[in-house]
Ligand binder design. Structure first.
Ligand SMILES: CC(C)(COP(=O)(O)OP(=O)(O)OC[C@H]1O[C@@H](n2cnc3c(N)ncnc32)[C@H](O)[C@@H]1OP(=O)(O)O)[C@@H](O)C(=O)NCCC(=O)NCCS
Length: 186
């Protein structure tokens, strides 16, 4: 499943961003459509985007952005994780299936599932967390299927937009006991 700097899943390939991905990365970053109703565009400028990719800032062990592609190399979104600076055994994930036509086909669930396996098995995380807008039903459906539990409801700031959201968490014991991570039906 994990080959060098890629994560392969049954239908997807998740890889490091390279310079050639910059135009798409920037276009998605400014697009309301790519973010959907419950995420605010980050609006990364060209210089920062180029620098982020070239410097490897988004490809550190503790902070990584994957480009999600279909097996025929069509890019459909991004998946990021970072380790909490104050508690590095806890990873936080953020996912975006940027092409609306590719939503609701199971790709969001699949991408997150294989990153979760990587975080617990390779990086030895003890817990994985995600924030979602309180109304983001598709993402909450994904998280429930993947074994996450609701921890708390809180106010948070999403690129200057105030949102009410849920914090979901899964710890390593739940991961180890969950058949979703042992049997792969996709
Ligand atoms: C949220 C998101 C990652 C989900 O990924 P996805 O590939 O669309 O979701 P999946 O196809 O894996 O489906 C997950 C579940 O949500 C359900 N679902 C999908 N779209 C839905 C919708 N519009 N309304 C209600 N449920 C929906 C699916 O039926 C599925 O549940 P099921 O297996 O019980 O049928 C994706 O829609 C997305 O990136 N949206 C925009 C950005 C975003 O909101 N990111 C998450 C921030 S926390």
């Amino acid at each position: 499943m994990i080959f060098g700097d890629k994560i392969m899943t049954p239908r997807l390939r998740m890889r490091r961003l390279v310079e050639g991905d910059l135009p798409l990365f920037l276009a998605w970053s400014h697009s309301d459509t790519a973010h959907g109703e419950y995420l605010t565009p980050e609006r990364i400028d060209v210089r920062d985007g180029r620098e982020t990719i070239a410097s490897g800032a988004c490809w550190q062990e503790g902070n990584r952005v994957f480009l999600i592609e279909l097996k025929d190399a069509i890019p459909i979104g991004t998946l990021r994780y970072w380790l909490r600076p104050e508690r590095r055994s806890c990873a936080v994930m953020a996912v975006k299936i940027a092409d609306p036509e590719q939503r609701n086909k199971g790709y969001g669930t699949e991408a997150q599932k294989y990153l979760i396996i990587h975080l617990f098995s390779r990086l030895k995380a003890r817990s994985v967390e995600m924030y979602t807008d309180i109304n983001n039903r598709p993402q909450q459906r994904c998280l429930t299927k993947l074994g996450f539990e609701l921890v708390e409801t809180l106010n948070y700031d999403d690129h200057q937009v105030k949102r009410v959201g849920h914090l979901f968490r899964m710890d390593v014991a739940h991961f180890s006991n969950n058949p979703v991570y042992r049997y792969h039906y996709e």
